[in-house]
Design a protein around this ligand. Structure first.
Ligand code: RB5
Length: 148
């Protein structure tokens, strides 16, 4: 799988850990920064990863900031993005299976590296189930398009 990743200064260390973890599992990872723990602004990286997913450059995205909230809010402003903040593996699996999430986000100040590993395993191994869920995904798009 081709995965876009991004983080702010708070997420930098956990990003490096999970980047290696994903690469060791055979994924191709494209890193959109930040590339240090120097203070920066999470919307930059949320937008960059969202654009990479929407353009098809990458299949899915992963975002990390302090809580996962700011960086996912920024990504969700890009049409077609369904970024989900997650602190445990159950939601990570279900947001792929039911919500067809295309970006997973989490907080470096909220979870540790072992939980982050479980979250990305569930997210990237799960498959969207479609069928009854598609109608609701279509309704989210209608909201985006001002039709609902
Ligand atoms: C940065 O201090 C912090 O606000 C950011 O990492 C993130 O948690 C925002 O949602």
């Amino acid at each position: 799988m081709n995965i876009a990743i991004g983080n702010d200064h708070v997420g930098y260390e956990l990003k490096n850990h999970i980047k290696k973890y994903l690469e060791d599992k055979g994924h191709t990872v494209k890193d959109f920064g930040a590339f240090s723990s120097e203070r920066t602004d999470y919307p930059i990286y949320g937008k960059a990863v969202a654009d990479a997913v929407i353009s098809g450059e990458c299949d899915y995205g992963m975002l990390i900031c302090g809580t996962g909230v700011g960086i996912s809010l920024a990504a969700n402003k890009v049409k077609g993005i369904r970024a989900v903040v997650c602190s445990e593996p159950y939601t990570a699996r279900l947001c792929r299976q039911h919500n067809n999430a295309n970006i997973i986000a989490f907080g470096a100040r909220v979870i540790g590296s072992a939980t982050a590993e479980m979250i990305v395993d569930e997210f990237f191994n799960a498959t969207y189930e479609g069928e009854r869920h598609q109608k609701r995904i279509d309704m989210i798009k209608q909201i985006e398009d001002g039709e609902l």
